[in-house]
Design a protein around this ligand. Structure first.
Ligand SMILES: Cc1cc2nc3c(=O)[nH]c(=O)nc-3n(C[C@H](O)[C@H](O)[C@H](O)COP(=O)(O)O)c2cc1C
Length: 363
C-alpha cells in the first residue's frame, strides 16, 4: 500500500478510536461445549480466564476424566515484558480459579495439588476430581466477564462494593480511591510506565506478535489481542482490520494513539486494585491469578468495569516507585483499575477450543 494512503487510513483510524458503534467486528469467543462431558465443560469455563496479551499459556492432560494436569505452555510466554513468567503464572491461576468454580457447580470436589517450583516436564497443578454435592456458582459470570478498556465512571466505589472486592484476601488485595493521593500516583505511574514500554523496540516487537488484526488471523489463531478485544470499534476497527498489519503498531501514530487511550483509561476510574504476594514464587503468582479472577468476576456481578493495567509492575523502575509510595511490604504483582459502567458489552476476546490445548487420555 502506498504511504500517503496508509497515513490517511491511519489518521481515520485514530480519529474514530473511541467510536462506540461496532462494524462487523469478529466476536465469537469459543466453541460452546454443548453435549460434551463434564471435564470438557470445566475446561471450557477455565479457558475463559483472562491472560496477559490473551496468550492463553495453558496446556492440559486429562486422565480417565478424573485427573486434570495443567502445564505452563512456555512457548506462549512474553519474554520481554514478563521475563520472570510472573504474568504467565497469574494467567494460569485465573484458569485454575474458573476451573474450580465450574467443577464445584457441576458437582465435583477438587483436590488441588500445586507444584513447588516450575519445571518444564512437570505439571504446574494437578486437580483430582471427585463427585460431590454441587456448590452452585453463577457460571454466566464466567461467560460474561471481560476486560473493559472504555473510560469508567469516576464516582467513588461504594463501601460495600470495596468490601466485596477485597474480601477474598484483605491482606493481599489493596484498594485505593482514584481521587486519593495514592490513586492519582498509580494513575500517573501507569501512564508513564506504559509510555516507556511503548517506545521499547523489543516490547513493540513482542506486542506486534500478539496482535490479530484481520478476521482471517483471528479465526486461525483464536488468541492474542484483536480489534474487538481491544475495543477498537466502529470505523476505526474496520480500517485496522482491513488495512493495517500488526507491524504497523510500531509506527509513531499508533504508539501515540495508544498512549492517549491509556491516559484516558488511567484517569477515568473510581479506584485501583493492587494485589501483593508474600514472595516472588510460582505459588504466590498462581494465588494472585486466582484472586484477580475472583475480583473480576465480582466486578462483573456488581456492574463494575475492570481493566488490568500492569505496566507499572512490568517496568521495574516504576515498580520500585509504586512500592515505595504505597508502602507495600510484600511483592507488588498486579494492578487494575475499576469503576462503574452503565453498559457492559458482550465479551469478544477469542479463545482456543478445549480440544486445541487438551489431551484426553484413558488408561
Ligand atoms: C497478568 C495480566 C496482565 C494484564 N495486563 C493488561 C494490561 O496491562 N492492559 C490491558 O488492557 N489488559 C491487560 N490484561 C488483560 C488481558 O489482555 C485480557 O485478559 C485478555 O486479552 C483476554 O481478554 P478478556 O479478559 O476480555 O477475556 C492483563 C491480564 C493478565 C492476566
Amino acid at each position: 500500500m502506498k504511504a500517503p494512503k496508509l497515513i490517511f487510513i491511519m489518521m481515520l483510524s485514530m480519529w474514530g478510536l473511541f467510536c462506540s458503534c461496532s462494524v462487523g467486528s469478529h466476536g465469537q469467543r469459543s466453541l460452546e461445549p454443548n453435549g460434551k462431558n463434564d471435564v470438557y465443560q470445566m475446561l471450557y469455563f477455565a479457558s475463559l480466564a483472562g491472560s496477559s496479551h490473551n496468550s492463553q499459556p495453558w496446556r492440559v492432560e486429562v486422565y480417565n476424566n478424573s485427573i486434570i494436569r495443567l502445564y505452563a505452555d512456555i512457548t506462549r510466554a512474553l519474554a520481554v515484558v514478563d521475563p520472570d513468567h510472573r504474568e504467565l503464572f497469574i494467567s494460569l491461576g485465573a484458569f485454575i480459579e474458573n476451573l474450580t468454580l465450574s467443577a464445584g457447580s457441576l458437582g465435583y470436589d477438587c483436590k488441588l495439588i500445586l507444584a513447588d517450583n516450575y519445571s518444564k516436564a512437570k505439571p504446574v497443578a494437578e486437580i483430582v476430581l471427585n463427585k460431590a454435592s454441587a456448590t452452585p456458582y453463577n457460571l454466566k459470570l464466567i461467560e460474561t466477564r471481560m476486560t473493559l478498556r472504555t473510560p469508567f465512571d469516576t464516582n467513588a466505589i461504594k463501601e460495600n462494593d470495596v468490601r466485596r472486592l477485597t474480601k477474598p484476601d484483605a491482606e493481599r488485595i489493596h484498594f485505593f480511591e482514584a481521587s486519593d493521593g495514592e490513586g492519582k500516583f498509580i494513575a500517573q505511574q501507569t501512564i508513564e510506565a506504559y509510555t516507556q514500554q511503548a517506545y521499547n523496540k523489543a516490547a513493540q516487537d513482542e506486542l506486534a506478535n500478539w496482535l490479530r488484526f484481520s478476521n482471517k488471523e483471528v479465526d486461525a489463531k483464536r488468541d492474542g489481542l484483536t480489534t474487538a478485544g481491544m475495543q477498537i470499534t466502529g470505523i476505526s476497527g474496520f480500517f485496522v482490520r482491513h488495512f493495517m498489519k500488526p507491524q504497523d503498531s510500531k509506527k509513531e501514530s499508533f504508539i501515540k494513539a495508544g498512549i492517549d487511550k491509556t491516559k484516558k483509561q488511567a484517569l477515568s476510574c473510581g479506584g485501583w486494585i493492587v494485589i501483593t504476594s508474600s514472595g516472588n514464587t510460582v505459588a504466590g503468582w498462581i494465588n494472585t491469578g486466582r484472586l484477580y479472577q475472583q475480583i473480576h468476576l465480582t466486578c462483573t456481578e456488581l456492574g463494575l468495569g475492570f481493566q488490568p493495567m500492569n505496566q507499572a509492575v512490568e517496568e521495574r523502575n516504576y515498580k520500585t516507585q509504586v512500592v515505595k509510595r504505597l508502602g507495600i511490604k510484600d511483592e507488588l504483582v498486579f494492578i487494575a483499575r475499576v469503576g462503574y459502567v452503565s453498559v457492559v458489552p458482550a465479551p469478544v476476546s477469542p479463545r482456543r477450543s478445549v480440544a486445541d490445548f487438551t489431551r484426553f487420555i484413558i488408561r
